[in-house]
Write a protein that binds this ligand. Structure first.
Ligand SMILES: Cc1ncc(COP(=O)(O)O)c(C=O)c1O
Length: 346
């Protein structure tokens, strides 16, 4: 990687493509194959997913994480249903209302300090069953890792899936950053998804070194029902599907999913350790994946942002989010923190 090129801390989406993935795209760029997923690259990617999860899964590839979430939820709901999610969840805050538009469902939000749902918090929404004036709770949706950079333990997910089963709901997981969660937990994907009772998973690749492409993984094939039609209807069926398949196969089989996420997480730890004791910096979330949340003095935000792109998280309290990526370097962190220190000491 060329370290002379500026890398900010805005989002792992701002990073480029891992060379192994780019090479896989290049290698798939030969001859003609049947379009829309009936090709050997897509089949190989499906096989790679089955190795990580189980033979009995169904996996479908889509273009975006929003598409994966919307289609996952659409598979689990009717328009009479509601979806319980964290108020900070991507489906609630950052998808321009797509889940509501495409699923015609109501989102019921839960305020959570760390982006994680708990059975007690979810239970507040689990009422009105059989009452025709209420949307019928149909799905609990979690993000792993969360939008706050925190990570659910398998036990915490299991508790939510048990609650879901008790009330006849499904459990969906938005795994846009599932690799960061797996590394953080030091577990395989299976232990905190299918084995913890997740029914449908949005599996992300873009934020961790792929060019584009996400997967929707069904642990219960019956739920996949009309997925193929919904995928096309919602514009998520890529004609040149081989290029998602080729990426996912390389991503999963070369182990870069692990190495990239491990590196991004390590960089977040390094950033956290470099700033946590600075006077004027208050860390607001546990650093469990590749994000650091901090309150910093208002006067330094603009000058810091002029040099490094990152997002304001909560303007009312000067809370910012710094995200690391698979291509963040130690030098990036050193330069960033030395500027931060200079500004704090001014
Ligand atoms: C937690 C989470 N889920 C889903 C998405 C959606 O990804 P996309 O922008 O590809 O639709 C994002 C994107 O930032 C995300 O952070």
């Amino acid at each position: 990687m060329n370290s002379s090129i500026t890398r900010g801390f805005a989002s792992d989406n701002n990073a480029g493509i891992h060379p192994i993935v780019l090479d896989a795209i290049q290698q798939a760029n030969v001859g003609h194959v049947v379009a829309y997923g009936d090709d050997v690259y897509t089949k190989n990617a499906e096989i790679a997913f089955r190795k990580y999860f189980a033979d009995g899964i169904d996996v479908y590839f889509v273009l975006t994480g929003t598409g994966a979430n919307v289609l996952s939820l659409a598979s689990l709901t009717k328009s009479i249903n509601s979806v319980v999610c964290a108020s900070t969840s991507h489906i609630n805050v950052d998808e321009c209302g797509a889940p509501e538009k495409f699923c015609n469902c109501k989102l019921l939000t839960v305020e959570t300090p760390d982006g994680k749902l708990t059975p007690d918090a979810v239970k507040k929404h689990l009422h009105g069953f059989g009452f025709e004036h209420h949307a019928q709770p149909g799905v609990i949706s979690i993000s792993q890792s969360t939008e706050m950079g925190t990570v659910y333990t398998p036990g915490e997910i299991k508790a939510l899936s048990e609650l879901a089963k008790e009330y006849g709901l499904y459990l969906h997981a938005d795994g846009a950053r599932i690799a960061n969660a797996a590394v953080s937990l030091d577990l395989g994907f299976r232990e905190f998804t299918v084995e913890a009772g997740v029914d449908v998973l949005s599996f992300g690749g873009t934020k961790n070194g792929m060019m584009f492409g996400e997967a929707v993984v069904f642990f219960n094939r019956e739920l996949a029902g009309d997925f193929r039609y919904y995928r096309k209807q919602s514009t998520q069926l890529l004609s040149k599907m081989r290029f998602i398949g080729a990426q996912f196969t390389a991503y999963l089989e070369s182990n870069i999913w692990y190495e990239n996420a491990q590196h991004a997480n390590n960089m977040a730890q390094m950033l956290y350790n470099s700033v946590k004791d600075l006077s004027g910096v208050q860390i607001t979330q546990k650093v469990q994946s590749n994000a650091v949340f901090a309150i910093i003095p208002e006067r330094i935000i603009k000058p810091l942002m002029e040099q490094y792109f990152f997002y304001m998280w909560d303007e009312s309290r000067n809370e910012v989010r710094w995200m690391t990526s698979f291509d963040t370097t130690e030098e990036d962190i050193e330069k960033f923190t030395s500027l931060l220190k200079r500004l704090l000491n001014r």
